[in-house]
Write a protein that binds this ligand. Structure first.
Ligand code: FES
Length: 646
């Protein structure tokens, strides 16, 4: 462990760390553009200059390129080093537009920050600026090449880190150009990371362009709800509209990045047709009336068909807070069925995974990146968990062998577009017929990734035999939690309930009831924030808040509980609001369309109205540990006991 001194502060870092990283570890920020924690060094921008005052290396050096060594004495404030950094910034600004006041990156631009911090405020260059023609890169990413400072971060991420092939660097010397050979949408499912990784405004999020400055946003630490991996995010909203989603660093889950599905698939939150007020048979009513009608219809169902004909249905997308209260509604109504899953297959897979994945056997995304042998079984990574494909690529780049177990048809699952997205995986695979063809014994850190299917028992047996860690792709952001609750309360899937019993009425909580079942039900009551087919068919609709409008918890595919925080107030986005509603003609504390409530809060209300006098606390019993969960950090990995493994 080298020991060095930086700005009179003694520093000790692990072997292999650079001087820039050593400085960072004690809170000293050395300006940098091309260096990135996930991409490493490139030595391209020359802005990280420091003065090596004493030790094995002397003089002005690039701190991102220099490995920390014993005895080094470093000054980041030396006049020569500061003059060099200031000079570099001035060079970079020669061709950069001086358009910060009208640039959509302003306020979240690293170049802007370092230009101001470095003291470059006066333009001396009087020549013509170099200009470029921009490209159309698709509906999500805006291209503005004139702002480029040639740090190579974009192409290093796109090609090396993410394996994209349709974007690169062209030209030479002063005419370097980062783009595609021709206009067209970027093909990589990770292209949105260009927005986060570019230190200036070459790539910006088109969906949020010119809608707000960085300091205007409502932001909070959050968790992506679009698959079971639980990638960490920072959603950014303004005036009750979710404008964009930024990746949030979590080295145990998503590292620094996010897939485009998580970043750009959020329009449902702002959808004008979203249920925002309670409805009875399509008629807008007050909460009191809707809740009274719900209780009445539950009673009527009990009288007419018996309480066992009622099913209480949750889903893998439901927060742990609401899911953990579902059983109370089941008990108080005397409903015949409690369901945490609609589909029997999903329920079975999630149950098996939670029962078998103990703390040691469960592979995190960090484990996948560090693996030396990875077997892919019955999974469509780019469809069901794209960030896991990115993790596998990092292992492959380090030399890991990737084996793909083919099914009978010689392929893996087909994706929604009918395409076999395995062909687009950003790494090379060796196709094998069976798990037994894979040399697990030769590997030190093998991992099996399983997507769910018939080979479940074979996969579990092989993992147990070989010591391979296991990563399973589940159906939703809280499948793991829902499966644990299903086990705790003896729940069955809705499919099984319908097959076994005469289900005549359903109270669904953010669950999608199969369309073919809906017409057969006498009563459909739903708590939801999405405009689903279930909501459209429901007799009673109680509007819930989306995940960005409340605090909540999801347990991801490896059993990691993660808290997400409320980002924005629920309510109709001000943009596009009917002018008769805004500005309000008379003072009211009510937000237009702001009647949605968190599902858990509605459940507590209903249970109390059903006669419960107990003080209902979130996360009672074995779940108490989740109460103080911090939204930052790596989350909380459930113990074997919490996973139900004795
Ligand atoms: Fe060191 Fe760019 S950060 S050269």
């Amino acid at each position: 462990m080298p020991k060095l001194i930086i700005d009179n502060i003694p520093v000790e870092v692990t072997q292999g760390k650079t001087v820039l990283e050593a400085a960072k570890s004690v809170g000293i920020t050395i300006p940098h553009f091309c260096w990135h924690p996930a991409l490493g060094k490139a030595g391209a921008c020359r802005v990280c200059a420091v003065k090596m005052v004493d030790g094995p290396v002397k003089g002005i050096q690039m701190s991102c390129m220099l490995e920390a060594q014993d005895g080094m004495v470093v000054s980041t404030t030396d006049a020569e080093a500061m003059a060099m950094r200031k000079q570099v910034i001035e060079w970079l600004m020669i061709n950069h537009p001086h358009d910060c006041p009208v640039c959509d990156e302003g306020g979240e631009c690293q170049l802007q920050d370092y230009t101001i911090a470095g003291g470059h405020g006066l333009r001396r260059y009087t020549g013509k600026k170099r200009t470029h023609v921009n490209q159309y890169l698709g509906p999500h990413i805006e291209h503005e090449m004139n702002r480029c400072i040639q740090c190579y971060r974009c192409v290093r991420f796109y090609q090396e880190f993410a394996g994209g092939t349709d974007f690169g660097v062209m030209g030479s010397a002063g005419r370097i150009y980062y783009g595609r050979v021709a206009d067209g949408p970027l093909e990589s499912p990770f292209a949105g990371n260009l927005v986060d990784i570019c230190p200036t405004g070459v790539f910006t999020d088109k969906t949020a362009r010119f809608r707000a400055r960085y300091w205007d946003y409502d932001m909070a630490p959050s968790v992506c709800p679009h698959c079971s991996l639980g990638c960490n995010t920072v959603p950014a909203a303004r005036y009750r509209e979710l404008l964009k989603v930024i990746a949030r660093q979590n080295d145990a889950v998503n590292g620094w990045f996010l897939c485009d599905k998580g970043r750009f698939t959020n329009s449902a939150v702002n959808a004008p047709e979203r249920p925002r007020v309670p409805l009875i048979d399509g008629r807008q009513v007050a909460w009191e009336e809707a809740l009274a009608a719900l209780l009445l219809r539950i009673r009527e169902i009990g009288t007419e068909y018996g309480a066992e004909s009622l099913a209480i249905v949750g889903s893998s997308g439901l927060s742990m807070e609401a899911a953990s209260l579902l059983h109370l509604l089941h008990e108080k109504t005397g409903a015949g069925s409690l369901c945490y899953f609609v589909d029997a297959g999903e329920a079975q897979q999630s149950a098996t995974v939670t029962a078998c994945l103990n703390e040691q056997a469960s592979a995190s995304m960090a484990d996948i990146q560090a693996a030396d042998l990875i077997a892919l079984v019955e999974c469509d990574l780019l469809q069901d968990g794209p960030m896991m494909a990115l993790a596998v690529r990092q292992a492959w780049r380090r030399g890991a062998k990737i084996s793909l177990v083919e099914d009978a048809a010689g392929t893996v699952a087909q994706n929604d577009n009918g395409l076999n997205s395995t062909d687009k995986l950003p790494f090379e695979v060796e196709r094998v017929a069976s798990l037994i063809d894979i040399p697990f014994a030769d590997a030190a850190h093998p991992v099996i990734i399983f997507g769910g299917g018939d080979k479940m028992s074979e996969v579990m047996a092989e993992a147990g035999k070989t010591g391979a860690k296991l990563a399973c792709l589940l159906g939703g952001p809280n499948s793991f939690g829902a499966a644990l609750l299903a086990k705790e309360y003896g729940a069955i899937s809705l499919a099984e309930a319908v097959a076994d019993k005469k289900v005549r009425a359903v109270v669904s909580v953010e669950a999608d009831i199969p369309p073919e079942l809906l017409p057969k039900l006498v009563v459909v009551a739903t708590l939801d924030w999405r405009n689903t087919e279930t909501v459209k068919a429901a007799h009673i609709v109680l509007p819930t808040t989306a995940w960005v409008e409340m605090d909540g918890t999801y347990i991801n595919n490896e059993g990691r509980a993660q808290r997400f925080k409320k980002v924005m107030q629920p309510g109709l986005p001000i943009k596009g609001l009917n002018p008769s509603l805004h500005p309000p003609r008379e003072h009211t504390p009510l937000v237009p369309g702001g009647q949605s409530r968190p599902a858990w809060e509605i459940l507590v209300d209903i249970v109390h109205r059903l006669g419960s006098e107990e003080d209902i606390q979130l996360f009672a019993g074995q779940w108490q540990r989740l109460r103080d969960l911090d939204a930052t950090g790596n989350g909380l990995l459930l113990t074997d006991i919490e996973r139900g493994i004795k």
